[in-house]
Design a protein around this ligand. Structure first.
Ligand code: SF4
Length: 340
């Protein structure tokens, strides 16, 4: 009897087929784990912020900031594990201007990362800081949810001057060859706003528009609690339907810089490192925190959370992220060389 016939007919044959299939799946899973590299990391080194956005999903649950020595060790481990881009976020990173400057210099000059970026609410960024540390920064992302002051106040981030400050930052970045990016969270208060004319004038390299995200343990407090403790947030009243989010995107789709990020793409596609250098998984259900990379190393910590690499690629995570790329240098092809 031919071997294939034997495999098809005997119970033993069926068991062998199952075992082979199991072995192949385990092998694929193992190889994928081994080749997982933290290519692009978002390091939220502080949770402290000077604003109180109701939808904030990285709230001031602790005031911890790692020491320089710890940061240096953790960032070096990440570089060795394959990190090529880092984004410093918060809280508001510019509440620690000297530490932030040191971090940018260490990552760009010391570790030689391809890209160093910052995401800020823009209120504390100065031209003086950029003159001192701008050479170590590739991308400056500024969050802006509305050009209407009343809407900004309702969200919890009114300053009265956000448009002027955005144009100033854009000009400072242009002068230094830093890529300028905008981030907008689309929520109940701004989904009907037409932001096209001013965004077009600002002309960011990328304009990311996120659908407001609900994260258990971050922005799920009840209203009474948020009044007693300003660090707690309640995003429930700001959530929008997929149709409302799509209506906002449709209104702005003609802008080439627009990058929509609906909830299903956003939730687990970012590799987030918190103030203790633990990875966070803000995907479905309660937020999960890995062990610190300082205690268990990068591979083990990565293994403890879900990071959706496919969603990372799908959302355009591999873009031309260094100054060289902007200038048409060799950096413009670097991202395309990545192998997963
Ligand atoms: S979302 Fe608002 S409160 Fe949260 S870190 Fe950003 S600016 Fe601060």
């Amino acid at each position: 009897m031919a071997l294939t016939q034997l495999l098809k007919t005997s119970t033993m044959g069926q068991a062998i087929i199952c075992l082979v299939l199991l072995a192949i799946s385990a092998y694929i899973f193992y190889v994928r784990k081994l080749t997982t590299k933290p290519v692009s990391v978002n390091y939220h080194f502080t949770r402290k912020c000077n604003k109180t956005c109701k939808f904030c999903f990285h709230t001031e649950k602790t005031s911890h900031v790692a020491t320089k020595k710890e940061m240096m060790r953790g960032l070096t481990l990440l570089k060795k594990a394959g990190m090529r881009k880092i984004n410093f976020a918060g809280g508001e990173p510019f509440l620690y201007p000297e530490k932030l400057g040191w971090l940018c210099q260490f990552c760009k000059q010391g570790l030689g990362l391809e890209s160093v970026s910052i995401i800020t609410n823009g209120t504390k960024l100065t031209e003086r800081w950029l003159d001192k540390y701008g050479e170590f920064v590739d991308v400056m992302g500024v969050s802006c949810d509305s050009f209407n002051e009343e809407t900004n106040i309702a969200i919890g981030r009114g300053t009265g001057k956000n448009v002027e400050q955005l144009f100033r930052i854009r000009d400072w970045c242009r002068k230094l060859g830093i890529k300028f990016k905008l981030n907008t969270v689309v929520c109940k208060y701004n989904w009907q706003e037409d932001m096209a004319a001013i965004v077009e004038e600002l002309d960011p390299q990328r304009w990311k528009c996120f659908q407001v995200l609900f994260v258990e343990d971050e922005n799920d407090a009840n209203t009474a609690d948020t009044e007693n403790d300003k660090r707690k947030r309640d995003a429930k009243g700001l959530l929008i339907s997929d149709e409302e989010y799509e209506a906002f995107c449709a209104k702005h789709r003609h802008l080439p810089s627009l990058i929509p990020e609906p909830n299903e793409i956003m939730a687990s596609s970012y590799l987030i490192l918190d103030e203790y250098m633990c990875f966070l998984d803000k995907g479905k259900g309660k937020e999960k925190q890995s062990s610190s990379i300082l205690d268990v190393g990068v591979a083990k910590a990565l293994d403890e959370v879900k990071w959706d690499q496919d969603a990372f690629v799908k959302r355009g995570g591999l873009y031309d992220w260094s100054k060289e790329a902007q200038e048409g240098g060799c950096g413009s092809t670097q991202s395309k060389e990545l192998q997963w």
